[in-house]
Design a protein around this ligand. Sequence first.
Ligand code: PFF
Length: 488
Amino acid sequence: MAEKRDIWSSRTAFILATIGSAVGLGNVWRFPYIAYKYGGGAFLIPFFVAIFVAGIPLLILEYYLGQSTQKGAPEALSKIGKNWEILGWFAIFIGFIIVTYYSVIMGWAFSYIGKTFSIGKISNFETFFNNDFLHLSKGITTIGGINLPIFIGLVLTWISMILIIFKGAKSVGKVVMITVPLPFLILIAFALRGITLEGAANGLNLYLTPDFSALLKVDTWLAAFGQVFFSFSIGFGVMIAYASFKRKKSDIINNAFITGLTDGLTAFIAGFAVFSVLGYLALSKGLPVGDVVKSGPGLAFIVFPQIITKLPFAQFFFFLFFIMLLTLGIDSAFSLVEAFVTGISDKLKWAKVTIITIFSGIGFVMGIIYTTDGGMYWLDAVDYFFSTYGLVIVGLLEAVAIGWFYDTENARNYMNDVSDFKIGKWWNYMVKFVIPVVLIVLLAVNTVNLIKNGYGGYPRYILILTGPIFLILGVIFAIIMKSIKSSR
Ligand code: PFF
């Protein structure tokens, strides 16, 4: 039975929900470690360029697609041409794979909350995280056993997501009234404490001093675009689905700027907290800031607790921080779930309960690999291919779809009619030329480098599995979904 389509209760609800989806672990967990990995100041320029060149123009494009068609990604794209529906399903597949490990990071946070009363005993959060918490194995091929606390965290994450999402767009609107503003306040407080630590200035120098020589490195640029797509929640079908719950005559352009800029700013603030602690650690260890922590997906879990132990009421702040990570993550994670639920329910007209049960079950089971001793390596490898390659490919194809197979001027007129302020022709050029050219060049050059040098020192057969094979599976999934006859 087709269910009635939900509609946002207000504009604020929509904005908060899109900010809720965009601002998430990507800002506090992913942005800092990616920025650190690529050298701090060397990353910041590509990051801001990516926001304006692709992030905001594509966010506008996704809102347009969802709002004008009132459909989730696959059906919305099929209005451009039948085969474009495949792209929508592929985007949803990428989102689905990402949620399988995103939920594990949230599981880490759940599990860390359980450690609140023992933090006094931890002297080095890096060894604690890698050895005691993850039981990190010596390499990606040594998988080892499942870590029970992380596994339990994963179960709790999925339960919370499912409970929230069952209620649909209206309740999403309510949840985010709390989960969106709270994290800002906490992050600002942490950044302020961070920058007053001894040695912080060295960390901030690394973060804020532009490194122009690094601008020639293609992998940094690709990582920056990937990070912006991940952080803006574009290329997953999420923003298309959310915009499909809007009234046809509601603002697009201003909303996209509000969400995009808030998201970029949040990441930037989180960077202050993280890099100042890195400076502090560098001073205490007598190492250069760039070498102080082995950079990787664990960075936030190592660095933030370090600030927290410098605060009065450390246990309270420790608890608060990980609750914040969870509240940040939860609205992002369920927006991912919402994207494929919307896509599938638009097509198959299955009841939401059925779709959520089936796909959450599969997503949960797939996440178990990341709870093992070798899990963090797998997470890193899959994240690399999905967040970097996968998202950039979707962003590229969306721009091509609208730019070359649809009338951008028509889209722009529609948006200008309904929006608070208008965008100029620059948007057409971005979508038609700049985004496709930039992304194609980045993908091509990076692929050549990848074939030559590999990634992360992982064996090639694993990279082939987590990269090309997995992505091809996504294409197959997308083609199958497209070929199924919609039950109307
Ligand atoms: N944008 C979220 C973040 O930065 O944490 C992650 C995310 C959520 C990506 C939802 C994609 C998505 F659909």
